[in-house]
Design a protein. Structure first.
Lengths: 192, 164
């Protein structure tokens, strides 16, 4: 029996030494902004508990005179080379209108790119990046979670990412630009 | 912040913040913490390239130009040792910002410097850029390059007399 256990242990070690390790979205939180980065053997950041499923779909909300419609989907991005990590991500697009006139302010629903891409979980909070009009200082880190006790209500919060701005590159001028989302303000969305 | 570039600009310095609490809490009552990327962004590199571009007809001596970034993990400086023909701009904007964030999130590599150097070489396809690091509390700069045996790591070579 001891020999069998020993053989199994040796086999496990041999297999592990060539292992490609999968970690959860929660574990990835510890690595992704750490200057030491990911361990070399991590090859897949996976939504092992299906925590992203709660966000998939369409959400509507209002803030500061604008109506927002978020469309979130779940994807797995496949690395282009061995230097990249396979990753289960929430991605999304948005339609923004003036809530009084209905005028469309911004609409990425028909475009091929995704404004929102997500990365890791910190407990129930999922962090994403919103990229648009960065030459005008727009875009930033997005944090979302469903409200405790109400899976059909989404808490949404974006923090400005502006680092270096080039005002001359902002169409219409930086002084005239209003960011697409209000920064550092909780916005609540209802599931559609 | 914004940093205008004109004909007299030789270089500039700015900082990237540590992880910080935004001051607000999420729906669980936990503080929301921002985690900035602590290395040059494509927009930072573009700014440096703009300085070089303005001066590229002054002869191939670009050693006086620099860009420095202060972070909690170290101070980094960009220099350029290439030819005028290698100067490239056009890396501002959401496309490059987005590419960088994704690359940084998902590229392997056990430090920010190796990811940055690979991103510059493989994605931005810039040559001639040099990265230097002064560790926190240090005085002398090290030239940082990709480790040829394992590009998830870097080599640090001390520069005599600091960055000139």
């Amino acid at each position: 029996m001891k020999k069998v256990i020993l053989i199994i242990q040796i086999l496990t070690m041999v297999v592990s030494s060539n292992a490609q390790r999968t970690i959860s979205l929660d574990s990835a939180y510890n690595y992704w902004r750490n200057p030491n980065g990911f361990p070399d053997d991590v090859t897949y950041v996976k939504d092992v508990d299906n925590k992203l499923d709660r966000f998939v779909g369409i959400w509507k909300g209002f803030a500061r005179g604008r109506s927002y419609e978020l469309h979130f989907t779940k994807i797995t991005t496949v690395p282009k080379d061995t230097n990249e990590i396979k990753w289960d991500q929430l991605v999304g697009k948005v339609l923004i209108k003036d809530s009084v006139t209905g005028t469309v302010i911004y609409n990425s629903l028909d475009s091929s790119g995704m404004n929102f891409t997500g990365f890791t979980f910190k407990r129930n909070q999922y962090n994403m990046s919103f990229t648009e009009n960065t030459e005008c200082g727009d875009g930033g880190d997005v944090f979302i979670m469903t409200v405790p006790g109400n899976n059909n209500k989404l808490w949404f919060y974006i923090v400005n990412d502006a680092d270096l701005l080039t005002p001359s590159d902002c169409p219409g001028g930086l002084e005239n630009y209003r960011p697409l989302f209000p920064f550092k303000k909780a916005i609540y969305f209802d599931r559609q | 912040m914004y940093a205008p570039v004109d004909d007299n600009t030789q270089g500039f310095m700015h900082d990237h913040l540590d992880d910080y609490e935004t001051g607000d809490t999420n729906a669980d009552g936990d503080p929301v913490i921002r985690q900035p990327i602590r290395i040059f962004s494509p927009a930072d590199v573009d700014k440096f390239m703009q300085i070089l571009d303005r001066n590229k007809n002054d002869g191939n001596n670009f050693s006086q130009y620099y860009s420095t970034l202060v972070t909690s993990t170290g101070t980094y400086t960009l220099k350029f040792s290439g030819a005028a023909s290698e100067i490239k701009t056009g890396f501002q904007g959401p496309t490059w910002g987005g590419k960088f964030i994704h690359y940084f999130a998902k590229a392997k590599g056990n430090n920010d410097m190796s990811k940055f150097l690979r991103f510059v070489r493989d994605e931005m396809k810039i040559t001639g850029l040099e990265l230097y690091e002064i560790k926190k509390g240090g005085i002398l700069a090290n030239r940082v390059q990709l480790n040829p045996d394992n590009e998830n790591r870097v080599t640090s070579t001390p520069c005599a007399g600091g960055v000139s």
